[in-house]
Design a protein around this ligand. Structure first.
Ligand SMILES: Cc1cc2nc3c(=O)[nH]c(=O)nc-3n(C[C@H](O)[C@H](O)[C@H](O)COP(=O)(O)OP(=O)(O)OC[C@H]3O[C@@H](n4cnc5c(N)ncnc54)[C@H](O)[C@@H]3O)c2cc1C
Length: 292
């Protein structure tokens, strides 16, 4: 199958991109790495009148430390997320997650902004953003607005992005010595979308977990926080008892549906197994990225 005919426009600034979108008489889509959009066009799941290629907008590139946050431009490729020394140093969970994403050919083109704009609940990066407490930077006709990752994901493939708004960057708090973080997932084969994935971010006071942020992928319509499991960890040291309590609490957090790939019961079981695995690894000590 081939995509239906569309117009194509390459832009070099955010202002030009927003104007191109506003000026389109029909449906327009921004084109970043094209790794999700182009298959959707070819399968005729989507059929816009205009593609606005944002790939040459320099201001959407770059990874930098700004105050107490790491700012990652929307056009950051997954391959850069996997290899950037700044990300390894300051947000190693993203490096870990990127290693699970697809295959090198896709990682060489797919972008951070594309993944977060698409908001596939099976994707790794959206879950990481919720676990990290990231802020999403969004450019629109009225200027730039910042949205907490917890408020950004609305529903299945749905975010707070309004038509025409452009995701310009994401800001994640810098890692600190009292924080341990880890991403892991269970998939049928390396590179497949996860059956269950988990981004975990724990702040410690000595041996005691002060706050926990747990965000799962592939268990609901959005990346899912697990507040009951997080509460079961807070104020306790990380060991067999608190981990068992968190696993038991997970039933109150997640309610996956049966689907063609997996029953709800099997997915819940995998979520518990994964939670135990990730927390046990974090209990072993501070975690740095282990790029695969
Ligand atoms: C075979 C295969 C396997 C894959 N496996 C995985 C996987 O395991 N895990 C995973 O997470 N992903 C996976 N992907 C998806 C891949 O990571 C995509 O690259 C990513 O989800 C989208 O990024 P993109 O830059 O290609 O976006 P595009 O395909 O260009 O765009 C996707 C959507 O986002 C919009 N968009 C893009 N950028 C912006 C922006 N800055 N602001 C506003 N809207 C924007 C587009 O208009 C479009 O609607 C896979 C893809 C393929 C083809």
């Amino acid at each position: 199958m081939k995509a239906r005919a569309f117009d194509y426009r390459r832009v070099t600034s955010v202002t030009e991109a927003l104007a191109a979108y506003a000026g389109c008489r029909g449906e327009a889509r921004y084109l970043a790495g094209g790794q999700s959009l182009l298959p959707a066009l070819n399968l005729r799941l989507d059929g816009p009148d205009l593609l606005i290629d944002i790939g040459r907008i320099d201001t959407l590139r770059g990874i930098s430390v700004e105050g107490d946050a790491l700012r990652i431009g929307a056009l950051t490729r997954h391959a850069e997320t996997l290899s950037s020394p700044l990300i390894v140093a300051h947000a190693p969970i993203l490096t870990e997650a990127a290693a699970f994403m697809a295959h090198p050919a896709i990682r060489n083109l797919g972008t951070m902004g594309g993944s977060l704009a698409l908001a596939d609940p099976a994707s790794e990066l959206p879950a990481c953003m919720r676990a990290l407490g990231a802020v999403i930077e969004i450019a629109g006709p009225a200027g730039t607005r910042n949205v907490a990752a917890d408020d950004y994901f609305r529903d299945l493939f749905e975010t707070v992005l309004a038509p025409g708004e452009l995701l310009s960057a994401v800001r994640v708090p810098l890692a600190r010595p009292d924080i341990r973080m880890r991403f892991d997932e269970i998939a049928r084969r390396r590179g497949d979308y996860a059956m269950v994935g988990l981004a975990a971010h724990l702040a410690f006071s000595g041996d005691v977990v002060e706050t926990a942020r747990l965000a799962f992928c592939s268990v609901g319509p959005t990346p899912m926080r697990a507040p009951a499991a997080e509460s079961a960890l807070a104020g306790r040291s990380l060991g067999p008892e608190s981990i068992a309590a968190a696993k038991a609490a997970l039933a109150a957090d997640l309610a996956p549906d049966d689907d063609d790939a997996l029953s709800a019961a099997a997915r819940m079981h995998l979520a518990r197994v994964l939670l135990g695995r990730v927390l046990s690894a974090l209990g072993d000590g501070p975690q740095r990225a282990e790029a695969a």
